[in-house]
Design a protein around this ligand. Sequence first.
Ligand code: GUN
Ligand code: FE
Length: 423
Amino acid sequence: MEKNFVILGDICYAKEFGKLECSGGSYLVCENGKVKGVFKELPGQYRSLKLYDYSGKLVCPGMSDIHLHAPQYAYRGLGMDLELLDWLDTITFPQESKYADAEYAKKAYDVFVEDLKHSATSRAVVFATIHKEATEYLMEAFDREGMAGYIGKVNMDRNSPVFYCETTEGSAKTTLEWLDDVTGRYENVHPIITPRFVPSCTDDLMKELGRIASERALPVQSHLSENLSEIDWVHELAPDSKGYADAYDRFGLFGSSGKTVMAHCIHMREDEIELMKKRGVFVAHSPQSNENLRSGIAPMRKLLDHGVKCGLASDVAGGSTINMFKAITDCIQVSKLRWRLVDDTERALTFPEAFYLATVGGGEFFGKVGSFEEGYEFDALVIDDSSARTILELDIQQRLERIMYLGHAGSIISKWVAGRKLF
Ligand code: GUN
Ligand code: FE
């Protein structure tokens, strides 16, 4: 596959937190699937490469959605009047149990992957369900369509309905079988250890998952401190833990064995924030989900000031849309409410800061991803903002900001992931 080419367009990307690099009518060079650089004049050695002329269109890095649930895509935008624990019992668990049926799973995952492919997301960290066969199909579909990601078979052996629950031994055994099937099978799609959250996993299962993650040097994903009733429940279920974060950490599931991402992290104690920083655990901030499920507003400024690694996420179907343009502007908007209503020392996030989180911030979970600096993986979007009509003359940053606030994900006309053109 041809992974050496040039894109001409109005280029915009983040390098440092809080600042965008914009360069109108410039050339973005891809060499062997990696970014070579952005050039105002195309250097001679690249003039023979294939040129994609997107003059007048915006070109920015692809985005990383570092937490979403693939099986929940089918019912996105439905059942949004419940808080987390009731929502899981009433809607989520019955819906996810349907993926025991491989044919149903294929149909649903084909729709999900096709839509994700045409969205702003290049890379995703994904929960599947407890089912091995369906999870393997999802990984295959990701690879087939050229998407990159970490995908996890979910583990649940307690506090779950009989029709959607595993035994401790069964959960560990299926996980090992799944890992044997998929490890090393795809270039850009990899497995991730996925205890659903503390209430769904016994200590014995957590211990086993920690051992597997550590032995096989695998990444880990889960949920942390999303909802107040959930946190009280975790304290009851894990009375010997220092807190929710420690309920993972004591099993080696909090960054000590492998790269780890925790969704939400809304109601966090100072010592837990410090532990996240120390262990390099990523926060997957899902502002829309946190509104829909009435969970709260994550202290993003505080987490960032403490040096915790942060990225953005849709958390579909807690969030109703996979549109990362919305995740960027929702992140800014809820940070303004937090500053106004909760703590006026926590400055609201700016557009360049939120854009950084959606690209470089979350991209770091995958390596050198999310920027157009030399050596980064070549993930790019071409955006045609001409349908969002205005008579104003706008600069590149204004055009980018505006298309994100308008949420026009349909304006993405071309996309590359790891140097491969998806459409
Ligand atoms: N906590 C445990 N499971 C889930 C889930 O599916 N969605 C969200 N938002 N939180 C969870
Ligand atoms: Fe989630």
